[in-house]
Design a protein around this ligand. Structure first.
Ligand code: G3I
Length: 437
């Protein structure tokens, strides 16, 4: 009898754990055009390294990308000149590989958390360039193909005035230290995504936001290998201007640049929390929901990372002298908060929406994919538009008198489709794509 009870409990445990994993953030994110969803892990990660406890379970169930909160910064990686300490970074990378996750490298060049040999040293432009080049080349080469994204330069802008921060790098090397850092990182791993990461740069129109945009756009124009920008997003509940955030993400898209969410947390004032925690957790949940939605609605936002995941280890209480806290999506006991559920629901909703991917390109036909419909556009006037499935059956047909047409695709089954367009001059053009309903 005892044995049967044990077996039933074990079975229930397996079913429940599988159900939990199936409903996790990464489970749905993987179905949303491979969205990367992740968190920063700090010293506790190394304390409980891969021991299967709730900290590890929470990570493994929910995330497909990780970042070190402190352990890959300059002081941790190169404590003495030319002497590198890879131990913790290696551990993080091995863990991520074991569980099929990606890694963000944070950060190669920053004004903070520098070792004393650097801050107390005397350097010329060329000797400091050599230090930075060696640092970047050594680290990026070691993790080539294993760290997919790098915050190459972190927080290079002043909080006001739209100018570059007077860091040791900017003061001794000059403003071109940023260009050089990206080129060195790219030479070490040409496949890595390279980001410039900063805070208070999220909202369109702000002086610092404009400074970041202009700088990175100029880098891109000058063919410096930059993938895009990281918006840190250290926010306060109920204060986020989602319209401006969306506008800002879109202007980077127009410039061919990605925007990723790198350090999101949404703090709540402790006094508010104590007065009415249900209300403030609901506000926070709505903010998190709209944050993930901002990312899902913009194809150039493919990574969404929170700065920690449990309130137990968040940097916010310490940083704000305990005036604010409760900023993350799991509480102190790893219980998912309303914010977690709101992200999960938004991802689940997104994951069942129509997805379309191109099989055969045709530069003459531009396609814009949005949930449930495809906008077809050409440079010339269209006469007729038809859509066929692989069996050759016509699933859509319409005369057109413009250079664009919208095709509803929500009722179509998953599969390959061929789009035939007859232009006004009689020419036929076509494009093939997959619908993933
Ligand atoms: O390593 C020492 C340890 O030896 C000592 O006993 C202990 C005593 O306080 O301090 C430890 O260092 C602390 C370090 O975190 C590691 O825990 C530093 O004092 C502390 O200042 C440091 O704070 C980190 C901060 O960056 C440093 O600027 C936070 O944990 C980390 O969350 C924060 O992360 C930054 C991002 O890198 C960039 N964007 C902003 C974000 C939040 O500030």
């Amino acid at each position: 009898m005892k044995r049967i009870t044990f077996s039933v409990s074990l079975l229930l445990f397996v079913i429940i754990s599988n159900a939990q994993i199936q409903q996790s953030l990464s489970y749905y994110a993987n179905k949303c055009q491979s969205l990367k969803i992740g968190a920063a892990v700090g010293s506790n990660f190394y304390t409980v390294y891969d021991n299967g406890d709730v900290y590890n379970q929470t990570i493994q169930n929910n995330f497909n990308i990780l970042v070190a909160e402190n352990e890959m910064k300059f002081d941790a990686m190169e404590p003495q000149k030319g002497v590198f300490n890879f131990a913790k970074a290696d551990k993080l990378v091995a863990y991520a590989q074991k569980y099929g996750m990606q890694v963000r490298g944070h950060t190669l060049c920053w004004h903070s958390q520098l070792p004393s040999w650097l801050t107390n040293g005397t350097f010329t432009r060329s000797s400091l360039q050599a230090v930075l080049k060696n640092h970047i080349t050594t680290i990026v080469t070691r993790y080539k193909g294993k760290v997919q994204q790098w915050d190459v330069v972190n927080e290079p802008f002043n909080d006001s005035g739209g100018t570059l921060r007077a860091s040791i790098w900017q003061q001794v090397i000059g403003n071109d230290y940023i260009d050089s850092a990206f080129v060195w990182a790219h030479c070490a791993d040409p496949d890595a995504e390279l980001y410039l990461n900063d805070y208070s740069t999220e909202m369109y129109g702000g002086t610092k936001a404009n400074a970041m945009y202009n700088h990175v756009k100029s880098m891109k124009d000058r063919k410096i290998p930059v993938t895009g920008v990281g918006f840190q997003c250290h926010f306060t509940v109920n204060t986020i201007d989602f319209g401006k955030l969306d506008q800002n993400i879109k202007r980077y898209a127009s410039a061919g640049l990605d925007v990723i969410i790198t350090e999101l947390d949404i703090r709540i004032a402790v006094a508010d929390y104590n007065a009415d925690r249900t209300k403030w957790l609901a506000y926070q949940a709505e903010d998190y929901r709209r944050m993930i939605r901002s990312c899902l609605d913009n194809p150039n936002c493919k990574t969404f990372v929170t700065w920690g995941f449990t309130d137990k280890y968040s940097w916010i209480p310490n940083f704000t002298n305990n005036v604010s806290g409760y900023a993350l999506i799991f509480d102190n006991s790893y219980i998912p908060k309303p914010a977690y559920t709101s992200i999960l629901n938004e991802l689940a909703t997104e994951s069942v929406k129509t997805k379309v991917e191109t099989v055969v390109e045709n530069p003459e036909i531009k396609l814009e994919f949005s949930p449930n419909k495809v906008l077809v556009e050409t440079d010339r006037l269209i006469n007729q538009c038809q859509l066929f499935n692989v069996k050759g059956e016509k699933v859509f047909s319409s005369p057109v008198t413009n250079n664009f047409i919208e095709i509803p695709v929500n009722n179509l089954q998953r599969g390959i489709y061929i789009l035939n367009i007859r232009l006004e001059n009689g020419l036929m053009i076509f494009r093939k794509f997959i619908i993933n309903n």
